[in-house]
Structures are given as C-alpha cells and as structure tokens.
Design a protein. Structure first.
Length: 162
C-alpha cells in the first residue's frame, strides 16, 4: 500500500496497516455487556508471538469513546488480563478455536490474521486481496458476544458472515 505524505511516497508495512485498522475498529464497535461498557478503559490485548512489535505501541494511552486504551502483550490465556479487544496472533493458529471459547473473552472483540478466522468463529479476520489488506466480519459471532459492529464498518468489509 502506498501513501503520500508531504509530497513523499512511502510504503507502509503490513503490520503498520493492521495496527491502524485495529485502532480504528474500536471506533466502530460498542459492547452491550455492562461490565465491558462500564469499564474505565479499553484493554487491547495481543496474544501469542507479537507480529506488531513497536508498531502497535502508539495506541497505548490514546482515548476512544472517552476511555484510555491500555495495551497488553502476553503468550498465554492463563495470564491474560480482561481484554476488551484481543488480537490472536498467527502463532496461536492451532489453538484459536479453543481460545475463542475462553470465558475471559466472552465479550471481547476478537481479531486475527489467521486464515479463515472470521469464517471459523472469530469476529474480524484480516485477509489480503491482491496487495491490499482487507477484513472479513462474522456478525453472528459478534452478536452472540454482545459486540455491536457499526453498519459503516460492515460496509467496508470484504465479506460479512451472518
């Protein structure tokens, strides 16, 4: 993907784009669960081998919907904090279906770039279409978890599973 800034063209890395998407997804999602909606912050969690590295760090401390974002990175669900949004790394591919049923994630927005993530029960899955990073949404999974996804975000999705 090519961006123009101040007359200079530059390419953004795959995970720089995905980090921006992840941040912006939060703007177009609301949580119907009172414990999530009433929380004082939005906990964004990265589970598994962190593909973002420092590219995701700038969202830490930013405010969305009047709440600060707190960023957490961890290797195992056993040490996971309560996550509002969780990115499940490709390193967790073999376990992602079990991870999705973890009680701690019952009301979390789940996002990943694992192949067929949204088709197989995750809420938002990144897909590559040619040279462009896009995303798919599993609306049924979101509704079951009490996560409401804005129609604006649904319109931008490559595919919406219902």
């Amino acid at each position: 993907m090519l961006f123009i800034s101040g007359g200079n063209a530059y390419a953004r890395s795959e995970y720089e784009i995905k980090a921006a998407y992840l941040y912006n997804f939060i703007k177009f999602v609301s949580w119907k669960n009172e414990s999530v909606e009433g929380a004082g912050e939005i906990n964004v969690c990265i589970l598994g081998k962190d593909p973002f590295q420092e590219l995701i760090d700038p969202i830490n401390g930013k405010t969305i919907q009047g709440k600060p974002i707190k960023l957490f990175k961890f290797d195992s669900m056993t040490v996971a904090p309560v996550c509002t949004v969780i990115f499940i790394s490709d390193s967790e591919r073999k376990e992602f279906e079990n991870i999705l049923t973890t009680p701690a994630l019952e009301h979390a927005l789940t996002v990943s770039d694992i192949e067929d993530f949204a088709k197989n029960g995750g809420m938002i899955g990144f897909v590559q279409v040619g040279n462009v990073i896009r995303f798919e949404i599993n609306l049924l999974s979101a509704r079951k978890s009490g996560v409401a996804i804005s129609s604006k975000l649904l319109e931008l999705a490559q595919e919406v599973y219902q």
